[in-house]
Design a protein around this ligand. Structure first.
Ligand SMILES: NC(=O)c1ccc[n+]([C@@H]2O[C@H](COP(=O)([O-])OP(=O)(O)OC[C@H]3O[C@@H](n4cnc5c(N)ncnc54)[C@H](OP(=O)(O)O)[C@@H]3O)[C@@H](O)[C@H]2O)c1
Length: 297
């Protein structure tokens, strides 16, 4: 396991719990040591990690998508032997994965893409795995996937890149679900009824058609902070929502809810949107409607 952050660290523990031997490497030696203290075998660097594994090896990479994943794969390509398998469990863009799988195949290496869902709950609940790539390699490594996943929580989705493709769309859907819950809860929060939002989130987990894991987490968040007063309304995105919308444009598939949810995240980062000033200025121009002026500094 390369990369022992929020995901890789817990995944290692789950693999150890499943009876696997795991050699770990993190660029922070203290992190590697803390996982080694729980039963893993800590490697000093990638060369040492490769040396500690018997061929055919399986190396799971769990680092941020983009340059960190590319750099890790490049380094591993120079160390591994034909027949070895690299699994990219991060949220890499599927087209990057297709390209990387072809490059690694030239050296006799197999790249599997394991779209991984479960977040920090995966250690106890299991990780949902969407795995693309060579079928025989997937079959050989199935004991890894079934240890990480809950029952029925692993699927081989198809050729290289397809696991990351399905994970990308999974995350795109997540954007839309979060947006829908957020809007409904905001409306309830705005009403004079003084509704107990935590109680409603909990209620809807029992027999309602909108029950879900995200709603369960909404209940937890609202139990801690019923009106979310301790959190600013600033929402990051980490790529998959954008790629989902780009894919919709490429294929000409209408995706209004998911696209809107992505743009709402951008909107959340604007303090005083330029477009709103523009509209206010034009309403003033054509109708003489009042505008609000900035506070004097
Ligand atoms: N968090 C989630 O809920 C979740 C769910 C599914 C998939 N993922 C995906 O899983 C991957 C890991 O996510 P995470 O949440 O575990 O991230 P994380 O907590 O930030 O951990 C990332 C790990 O990668 C290491 N790393 C960062 N840059 C590196 C580089 N250039 N070279 C080598 N190692 C590097 C980090 O080391 P340092 O600590 O030294 O920076 C850390 O050990 C990402 O691709 C993410 O998109 C995350």
């Amino acid at each position: 396991m390369v990369g022992l952050g929020r995901m890789g660290g817990n995944m290692t523990l789950r693999l150890l719990g499943g009876g696997h031997r795991v050699v770990v490497y993190d660029r922070d030696a203290k992190t590697s040591q803390s996982v080694a203290d729980r039963g893993a075998d800590a490697a000093r660097d990638l060369e040492d990690l490769v040396a500690r594994l018997a061929p055919p090896r399986a190396v799971w990479v769990m680092v941020p998508a983009g340059d960190p994943t590319q750099a890790t794969l490049d380094a591993l390509a120079g160390l591994l032997q034909p027949g070895d398998v690299v699994i990219d469990g991060g949220n890499s863009r599927y087209s990057d994965t297709q390209r990387r799988a072809a490059v690694l195949a030239e050296s006799g290496l197999t790249l599997l893409d394991a779209g991984t869902s479960g977040g920090i709950w995966g250690l106890s609940e299991g990780y949902c795995l969407m795995v693309g790539g060579d079928e025989a390699a997937c079959r050989r490594l199935e004991p890894i996937f079934t240890s990480l996943a809950p029952e029925s929580g692993y699927l081989r989705t198809g050729p290289a890149g397809s696991g990351h493709y399905v994970k990308m769309i999974h995350n795109g859907i997540e954007y839309g679900m979060l947006e829908a819950y957020a809007e409904g809860f905001e409306l309830m929060a705005a009403h004079e009824y003084d509704l107990d939002l935590h109680a409603i989130a909990t209620l809807w987990q029992h027999g309602s058609v909108v029950r879900s894991w995200l709603l369960e987490l909404a209940g937890r968040a609202l139990a801690e902070d019923p009106r979310l007063e301790g959190i600013r309304g600033y929402v990051e995105d980490s790529g998959e929502g954008r790629w989902t919308v780009e894919e919709a444009i490429r294929l000409g598939v209408p995706l209004p809810a998911l696209a809107f949810s992505l743009f709402e995240r951008f909107r959340s980062r604007q303090e005083d949107a330029w477009s709103d000033r523009f509209i206010a200025a034009l309403r003033n121009q054509f109708g003489g409607h009042a505008v609000r002026r900035p506070e004097p500094r």
